[in-house]
Design a protein around this ligand. Sequence first.
Ligand code: CTP
Length: 404
Amino acid sequence: MNELIGKHIVLGLTGGIACFKAAELCRALIKEGATVQVVMTEAAEHFITPVTMQALSQRPVYGSQWDARESNNMPHINLSREADAILIAPCSADFMAKLLHGRADDLLSLMCLARPLQTVPLLLAPAMNREMWAHPANQRNVAQLKADGATVFDVGQGDQACGETGDGRMLEASEILEELIAFFQPKTLIGHQVLVTAGPTYEAIDPVRGITNLSSGKMGFAIARAAREAGASVTLVAGPVHLPTPRGVTRVNVSSALNMLEASVQHASAATIFVATAAVADWRPAHAADQKIKKDGSGEVPQLTFVENPDILATLAQSPRGRSGELYCVGFAAESQDLLINSQSKLVRKGVPLLVGNIGPATFGQDDNALLLVDAQGHKELPRASKLALARQLISEISIRTQV
Ligand code: CTP
């Protein structure tokens, strides 16, 4: 919440059925603290009324370059100078073609052309039929608009208003919001490949029972999101949790510690940073029964024996790439007491350059946390805040330590 406080967004609508999603987007932007100025093309007004958008944005909507409400009669200049970004959602194929050629025969295109290139970014959320999206002319336009500095979001996939199925739907309002928030984050990890483990593991006893723990995965998912926001390409190896995958993050679902080790080793070969947040089970049943273990009526209880799981963090930290620093490894320590001492000894035991301590019972399942960063130089507290806010601070600390 309040991710966009202080930001002024010009929300442009062009003609497309996805205009109905722009209403929800406008609301979401305002909920996050942004101020929103809506500008609509004539085509957009066929799909949704300026009245709706005015009510949601709490400001009069602009549509014409001849709008006399501006005392200098230059809405294209006045509106674009105040913006922290111009976001066009939906952006039609026709409007992209127009932008590409620098045409300026309506207020929105005129404003995009007249915007100060260096200070007012242009973000486009395309929306169109799948054939239009895939057409070479349109794909050429997308590529050229990107080359000209615009940020063009992906399109969604699925059922289209025309009855066809494929690529070209506009992203959902919540997805565009996540992209916009990410856009404003500092790009401190460009060129990095980040691998994150998150969540609990599940160690089977038999086909219907197993041992797991209370880790929610929220901290690891927040770190994956923050790393992607910072410009890294991110792989998230997740134990069994029901969290949505952060946008733009590649997720690999695993179950047991052995699965997690295998996936992590595989993806670590290309990674430059590894952050181990997973609450990996320390032990697993020595033998998982093939069939459900049944009560036999004798009152005897099954005797479980355990073997130790491999340590994923130590394995990667002690690998040749981990030792040389090519793979910068960050460990987490979930403790119940003596956070500093335990974190310091874990730093040494795991052989990692950075260890992040937290109090397990105070954080498992919560939306906020407090972290203690421990490295060879000393320690630093990151006071209680939302997990996403802490994840961004941690990513910033990691980026400082991995600068070459
Ligand atoms: N870790 C791991 N593989 C394991 C156990 C732990 O990768 N088999 C990682 C965790 O993801 C975390 C760090 O090691 O980054 C420390 O985990 P933690 O559970 O706090 O410590 P343990 O090594 O299990 O030690 P202990 O249970 O004695 O505190």
